[in-house]
Design a protein around this ligand. Structure first.
Ligand SMILES: Nc1ncnc2c1ncn2[C@@H]1O[C@H](COP(=O)(O)OP(=O)(O)OP(=O)(O)O)[C@@H](O)[C@H]1O
Ligand SMILES: Nc1ncnc2c1ncn2[C@@H]1O[C@H](COP(=O)(O)OP(=O)(O)OP(=O)(O)O)[C@@H](O)[C@H]1O
Ligand SMILES: [Mg+2]
Ligand SMILES: [Mg+2]
Lengths: 461, 461
């Protein structure tokens, strides 16, 4: 008698936590902090708010290895009716949009709550006030894993006397703070390195970190984009048709897709042999498939816009690297936008040399995806792959050398290797852009090293 | 106005196909074949049936890069009422049990169907007859991604005149057969290498493979196990309590857990300071947490049984390696069962040397998890990590050398790095066992090389 079962997404991820980076108490300690800090940065920076983030870590039950983690931000807050949903339902998110955010899966906070429930049986505490709200809302929540629904244990609301806005969360997890401490410090340092407009304060056992804002210049928040016609698949086309079956094919293309004007739409439809006036609701299944295939094949689409992206920028990169790494030399480049499968992306690279950078047998690699520092799974990451395949002697680098390579990839869809969001997959277009970006700054390093060699020769003479 | 959305699991995986290995048409070609072949092997081997599997690949629309993939087995079949569920609902499976299978996530077949829907808009065709059934059932299905439900386009049933049993599936996907061909051949060859009781036939453009059975001796199917007390978490305990809140703590432990007899249960409860006669339904939240923590801490549990596992065995390993690699020397070892977090696992390792193995700068690594050959993501795999860290000169191996290392890890829960099931995460206990297993067979290789050197000296003299 074979038993067939269905699992809710919450139950499935509870059983397969390692797919989301929760492999042991050390990594869980790190993942808890990063998932909440990234949510706080999304809730501030993406809405034009200068981020102020507080992180507080305390031992809750040292014998059992339990730690409490508190993260507070001055962000855009969460509406009362949505608080139970965003923390109580796996695959629930405000970031399923075509826009650069740190979050992407609608899973992060829920994984931490599932981990806490599984190890300490403690609920999550949430306090939030949306921007301009005259009330503050507090919840104590758990997740019903069998149904993928929130369990509201407590709810309070009270007057927002001092017009606070933002979100505070607190969980109690089985976490190895002493083992994770170094990496958490590195994570926050690197976060700040490329977001020096963020103020981050961490209070923890044996660790106090204070990163004050070094600039009040916030990069403009990315706009929300439309899908690019090269990134379509049949399901997406069907979802869009269902929204308004009465649109003509011409209207359908210009309304729902990035960079498609009336002329481009008509040129495409002529090439693909479709009637521009046909209603999309009248397309047969085969025609829908044909339309999709042709959209992906057509070479006349405009390149994807970068308005939905938010690169760090060369100036801010250099400033942050100088402050954190204190090198003798630094060069940075922000490449022009490119795209893979219709998803726009930008690669930024920097090289830092000498100064307080310790000599090492191979380059120290700093990886970033959508402004998030990646500290695990380096072996699976395309950035590490590119750095290893470069012949550094061409740039006058002899190992051991005090060389750091910083690469930031930002996109409306980062092709993560796993739901733990620690490594970027080796998509061909992204790999090629990383190679070109690193070579560009490596050439500047070579110029500097050459100039230094000449100066030393003159000095010796 | 922030827009919050919920995605069904089908829609989430459609948007994040790369998390399940569907990164491009070459990999999709490979993944389609492996997901269906692994389902067929689970449906035969796990039920004591000698597997006969047919795979047929044809170009469906060469211009658009569309390929049809047909896989048929003589397995245990799928009941009529379950066919729409197992192919139409993400997270639906018969393998959410404590038992070794190739499948584990309840996702594989659905990912292929979602990929086909997204690229060619074609449904899946399924024909199945359960063991002993007098009817054969045919379905044409798609997945409703918004609701994670099957869409039944057609259904037929007819008389099972010749008492056939098994399952046949057919999909049409955008797949790059020429680029994937080599890896598919390697996958089937290696599958057969450790399952030489399986008969596998592949007919494809430019490729005909026929692997006839070399033995009719099928390893005994693994039994279904109970969870081990070391692998508990709070959620599992709560699910089990809910099943029958009237059980006493003593009964609860002996009934639901692997290897817990009355004596062990009482010893544990005494040590953990619980009343053995207390009803589990009367435990408070804090007591449930305390019980969970203590169960994971207790050192008096019996080691996990290996009855739920199905290793290949040294004899079959050697036989398969001889047939496929044709080496001069081969040694194999099946380690005793071990466990991590209460999940039993067994590591098997073999070394093959010389003969038709080509010399290479580093060992050729053959990785297997639950009898599935792993061909991608080698850089993320713990097996590759261990092989690289071994100093092979200790075993008289000088590179370039004709050396192949074969490692098989089997467990009731393989800690996969991602849902693409191509790499095993570096769990400490598993890594240590792999090191010990490889050293064991490496020492036998050293004996052989030493003996060979002596013979050559005598011959030269
Ligand atoms: N500090 C916060 N301030 C405002 N909104 C928040 C905050 N934290 C979470 N949210 C809301 O909760 C949603 C779910 O968060 P969660 O971390 O689970 O997923 P995500 O951030 O969308 O994606 P990912 O899984 O990649 O992190 C977010 O999309 C956001 O709308
Ligand atoms: N050829 C087959 N014969 C019998 N049952 C099958 C066959 N293929 C699929 N099934 C049934 O369908 C279920 C779902 O298959 P699917 O591949 O989606 O998930 P899974 O094999 O359980 O796990 P995984 O995602 O790791 O492959 C299986 O658990 C099994 O019960
Ligand atoms: Mg998040
Ligand atoms: Mg499967």
């Amino acid at each position: 008698e074979i038993r067939y079962e269905e699992l809710s997404p919450a139950e499935w991820f509870r059983r397969n936590k390692e797919l989301a980076g929760l492999t042991n108490p050390t990594r869980a300690m790190y993942q808890t902090i990063r998932e909440f800090v990234e949510n706080s940065l999304d809730a501030t920076e993406s809405y034009g708010i200068l981020p102020s983030i507080k992180v507080k870590i305390d031992y809750y039950d040292k014998a059992r290895g339990w730690v409490s983690v508190y993260v507070e931000d001055n962000g855009v807050g969460i509406p009362d009716s949505e608080i139970p949903n965003v923390f109580g339902r796996v695959f629930y998110s405000s970031k399923y949009r075509i826009r650069q955010h740190r979050g992407v899966f609608g899973l992060g906070a829920k994984m931490i709550i599932l981990y806490a429930q599984s190890t300490t049986n403690k609920p999550i505490y949430v306090r939030s006030a949306p921007l301009g709200s005259d009330r503050i809302y507090e919840y104590v929540l758990m997740i019903n894993t069998l149904k993928n629904e929130p369990i509201i244990l407590e709810r309070r609301e009270y007057e927002n006397k001092y017009r606070w806005h933002g979100t505070a969360v607190k969980v109690i997890i089985e976490g190895d703070w002493p083992r994770a401490k170094k990496r958490v410090e590195e994570y926050l340092k690197r976060t700040y390195m490329i977001a020096p407009y963020a103020e981050i304060i961490l209070k923890a056992p044996d660790l106090f970190l204070c990163f004050p804002r070094v600039t009040t210049k916030l990069p403009p928040p990315p706009k929300e984009g439309l899908p690019h016609p090269k990134s379509v698949d049949v399901e997406l086309i069907k979802h869009l048709i269902a929204r308004n079956p009465n649109l003509t094919l011409r209207e359908f293309l210009t309304e729902y897709f990035d960079g498609v004007g009336k002329q481009t739409a008509e040129a495409f439809l002529k090439w693909a042999k479709f009637d521009p006036n046909k209603k999309v609701g009248d397309l047969t299944e085969d025609e829908i498939t044909e339309l999709t295939t042709k959209m992906r094949e057509f070479n006349g689409w405009r390149r994807p816009k970068a308005d939905w992206l938010s690169p760090v920028g060369e100036e801010l990169l250099i400033e942050g690297i100088k402050k954190v790494l204190e090198p003798e030399f630094v060069a940075a480049v922000t490449r022009k936008p490119s795209s893979y499968m219709g998803h726009p992306f930008i690669v930024e690279a920097a090289i830092a040399w000498g100064g307080r950078i310790p000599p090492s047998d191979k380059p120290i690699v700093y990886r970033f995806a959508n402004k998030v520092p990646l500290l695990y799974d380096e072996g699976s990451d395309v950035i590490r792959k590119v750095v290893e395949e470069i012949d550094w002697s061409v740039y006058k680098v002899k190992f051991p050398a005090p060389l750091a390579v910083i690469v930031h990839v930002c996109s409306t869809k980062i092709p993560y290797v796993s739901a733990g969001k620690e490594a970027i997959a080796d998509v061909v277009e992204i790999e090629e852009e990383i190679v070109l970006a690193i070579r560009e700054v490596a050439r500047k390093l070579r110029q500097y090293i050459t100039k230094k060699e000449k100066e030393e020769e003159i000095y010796i003479k």
